[in-house]
Design a protein around this ligand. Structure first.
Ligand code: UDP
Ligand code: MG
Length: 139
């Protein structure tokens, strides 16, 4: 499918810290067109399914608890080369290593609570978008 779509989540801690609006504004300022946007909350089972690729990692159960601990924002974003551009825009997984001015540097508080998710491939962008938005094929 398209290389112009990526999927993001604003994670619970960033929302609890009051940064939902700031992060949405920052996404828009980066030239990402918001195609779909939803405030929702993951059950533990949904979080396990979303992060299934990490199920053998030591941080998995903590991540599942964290991601289901409060509301999240899910969004589908459009830009040329969206996956790569957005990964660069959000910065490294660990906010301590993220480039100054990136979303994770600005709003992340730990490697787990790193403010946002960003898809790592076109295929995952489509699958992750479809995980949250049943009408995805119309985007
Ligand atoms: N994570 C964590 N501890 C780690 C590595 C990752 O809690 O040591 C969390 C973090 O929230 C990260 C998510 O697991 O965003 C998925 O990890 P991944 O390696 O896919 O990083 P990302 O693609 O989000 O940069
Ligand atoms: Mg990843």
């Amino acid at each position: 499918m398209s290389g112009n779509i990526t999927f993001t989540m604003i994670k619970p801690k960033a929302i609890a810290d009051g940064n939902m609006g700031n992060i949405i504004a920052k996404i828009t300022q980066g030239g990402f067109n918001i195609k779909a946007l939803k405030l929702t909350r993951l059950t533990k089972d949904q979080a396990r399914k979303f992060y299934a690729v990490h199920s053998e990692r030591p941080f998995f159960e903590g991540l599942v608890s964290f991601m289901s601990s409060g509301p999240i924002v899910a969004a589908i974003l459009e830009k040329e080369d969206a996956v790569l551009n957005y990964r660069n825009y959000i910065g490294a997984t660990n906010p301590a290593d993220a480039a100054a001015g990136s979303i994770r540097a600005l709003y992340g508080t730990s490697i787990e609570a790193n403010a946002v998710h960003g898809s790592d491939s076109d295929e995952n962008a489509v699958n992750e978008g479809a995980f949250f938005f049943s009408e995805f094929e119309r985007f």
